[in-house]
Design a binder for this molecule. Sequence first.
Ligand SMILES: Nc1ncnc2c1ncn2[C@@H]1O[C@H](COP(=O)(O)OP(=O)(O)OP(=O)(O)O)[C@@H](O)[C@H]1O
Ligand SMILES: [Mg+2]
Length: 352
Amino acid sequence: MFDSFWTLFAHDIGIDLGTVNTLVAIKGKGIVIREPSVVAIHKKTRQVLAVGTDAKRMLGRTPAVIEAIRPLRDGVISDFDTTEAMLRHFIQKVHQNPKGSGFRLPRIARPRVVIGIPSGVTEVERRAVQDAALSAGARQAFLIEEPMAAAIGAGLKIEDPEGNFIVDIGGGTTEIAVISLGGLVLNRSLRVAGDEMDQDIINYMRMRYGVLIGERTAEDIKIELGSATVQTHEKEAVVRGRELASGLPKSIRISTAEIREAISETIMQIVSSIHDILEETPPELLSDILERGIVLTGGGALIKGLDKRISDETKMPVLVADDPLTTVVRGCSKVLDDLDLLSKVKVTGGLR
Ligand SMILES: Nc1ncnc2c1ncn2[C@@H]1O[C@H](COP(=O)(O)OP(=O)(O)OP(=O)(O)O)[C@@H](O)[C@H]1O
Ligand SMILES: [Mg+2]
């Protein structure tokens, strides 16, 4: 990946430590890691067996001695040791020399790291992320709030005196923020996002058909059929699960309309929070937003028709950012290029 060891000195990195996906970008080089936030560990020895894509394949399929863990839930660290192991794995993966000799970085060559975190996290949770990054090999770890990183990544002019409205719908959290003059004027972090929709689908299949499906299947259905408005081409898909009554496998044909109904309450919660924040927005900023539009980022922005639904219910223009799954990490890496901006937008960070 790198030309020589010495180039390591320049490799400051931006990390989007997401509940569902972790992305790492190297300053000046772009995104180098994009993997699920999953770690597989041996239950008895606590040894890490796999991280990322390899570990995700094991979710729901592990034998008794192996556990596949998602160390972040609802946007916060629920398992500190595993989060640290995951961060260490990714930071070291970025810094491995081409022959992969497992060489460890001397302190001077350790990266400066900018990490996007949900805006609703407590001081204790922030410290947990920072400590995890420092003990995973970072020389300095700066934290910036996810909606700020998303806005910067989406190319919004956040330092202007005009208002910007950003909604980042991830796996664990939905971040809604109004940004002006480099700061969050208003923000709300809802612990409801893509994961909740997966649970909605699991519940729907159980209640309506008496069939049990796993989280991965639910996510696949959501990505394929999930929508927030009626689609011109409504689709159907076959879902395989286990019938609760008989304990045997069963296939069910389900439609876009059913999945829309299943996730509708979660969509409603997101839409009504956006509504609440708009109501609290000062009128001057509101008129800027009316001009610039509400910008959607995060994987949840890809739910079909969500932009239209939000627009219908708020009477505001709504745009989906380019490549919404990478907006936060691109924002994190942009602030590494602009240390003035970093000092303005960081919530915490510095030397150990
Ligand atoms: N095409 C798609 N349609 C609908 N949902 C999608 C699509 N692609 C990804 N998602 C969903 O987006 C979510 C992941 O988005 P993202 O990577 O932005 O979250 P995250 O940053 O890991 O989570 P958080 O920001 O809450 O910590 C998952 O719930 C995933 O199922
Ligand atoms: Mg995110």
